[in-house]
Design a protein around this ligand. Structure first.
Ligand SMILES: [Zn+2]
Length: 186
């Protein structure tokens, strides 16, 4: 076995591409459901997270193409419940990804000396952590009837998917350095 054979990293990029593609579609469905239930702040959160996952999926796809790999067909079904249950589902999916999935993928990419793939996994890890904080706030808002402390508008970095509150001033993306002029606002 070759020490630097990146087969495991290639497989991990496929898995990450697939998971993020599914998340982008699923979160879009969750946003529609939140709109129907008249939870505008939750709708906006899901829409922002959906876009972030599209950007993350795009980065995993680019890293995969650098290996000359075909992009896999991504096949999945989505399940949309009440907003409360959709938030719990999002929280538990993101939590398991940050607990071991992305840390293991980053570790493997480093062993394989694949810096670009490692960066792509690392952005996913950091952005999942941001989303977890938002999901927790949204759950508190829906379940305890507390005021919504979620951002009223999100600024999303088109390069890395960083999902920031638009109410905070940024000159450039704290994660990738991209100019904030390029941010997408939701
Ligand atoms: Zn960025």
């Amino acid at each position: 076995m070759s020490m630097n054979s990146p087969n495991l990293t290639i497989e991990n990029l496929r898995l990450a591409l697939s998971a993020n593609s599914k998340a982008a579609v699923q979160l879009c469905g969750y946003a529609s459901r939140a709109a129907q239930e008249q939870h505008p702040c939750v709708e906006k959160l899901f829409s922002a997270c959906s876009l972030a996952h599209r950007i993350l999926a795009g980065n995993h796809a680019k890293a995969l193409q650098e290996f000359g790999e075909e992009l896999p067909l991504v096949n999945f079904s989505i399940d949309i419940q009440s907003s409360q249950s959709n938030l719990h589902d999002s929280l538990s999916t993101s939590s398991s990804e940050i607990a071991d999935i992305y840390p293991n993928m980053i570790h493997q990419a480093e062993l394989d000396e694949q810096a670009h793939a490692a960066r792509s996994f690392n952005w996913s890890l950091i952005i999942e952590r941001q989303h977890i904080a938002y999901y927790s706030q949204a759950i508190e808002h829906l379940e305890q009837g507390s005021d919504c402390h979620l951002p009223r508008q999100y600024a999303i970095c088109p390069i890395c998917g960083d999902t920031l509150s638009a109410e905070l001033e940024h000159e450039s993306c704290p994660l990738c350095g991209c100019s904030s002029n390029l941010y997408i606002y939701i």
